[in-house]
Each structure stands twice: as structure tokens, then as C-alpha cells.
Design a protein around this ligand. Sequence first.
Ligand SMILES: [Zn+2]
Ligand SMILES: [Zn+2]
Length: 106
Amino acid sequence: MRAKLPFMPGLRRRADHCTRCGNPFSRDATAYMVEETVVRDEVGVPPQVVVVQRETVPVCDSCVTAAERAAATVSAACKGCQRLLRADAHHISFVCSIRCQQEAIW
Ligand SMILES: [Zn+2]
Ligand SMILES: [Zn+2]
């Protein structure tokens, strides 16, 4: 359980940023959509309880694992920002972030 860690870093979703390293995606970078444990909710200041869940999130070229890269045989353009997304057939999505989901033209 991550909730027992003193600083509870946790991974957080942020539009246009790699979920693992937190670096912004460059304009033409490919986002790999992978399953990762991310923070969904925090309770208390500083957080006493951190709620995490498994989500499909974008990671950058430096953070994708060899196995994830090899499995990422499907590609799609994000319907919000047009970024190229790659993933396996199970994790491919049509938006790279919650923000893009709101901005997407379906
Ligand atoms: Zn990264
Ligand atoms: Zn997007």
C-alpha cells in the first residue's frame, strides 16, 4: 500500500505531461498509453490517506518499458490534441488526458 509511505509521492495525471517522469511531452512526441497506479484522491493536509487506482495513462518515450513498447502495436490520434498515441489493443484510447476528453470533437 502506497498510503503508508511518509511523503506519498504517487503518480498524478497531468495533461500534456508524462505520468511517470512528469516531463511535458514535446509537440510531436508520441504518448504510450499504459496501465499505471495513479493518485485519484487525497484526504488531509498533508495527505493522511491517498486513494490510488489503476488507470490507462500516457507516458513518454523514455519511460515506456521495453515490454510496453513492444506490445504497443496500435496507434491512434488523440481527439483533443491530435498527439499520436500508441498502445496495445486493450489500452488504446482516443484521448490522452481528461482535458483532451473534455475538448475532444467526437
Ligand atoms: Zn516520462
Ligand atoms: Zn490529447
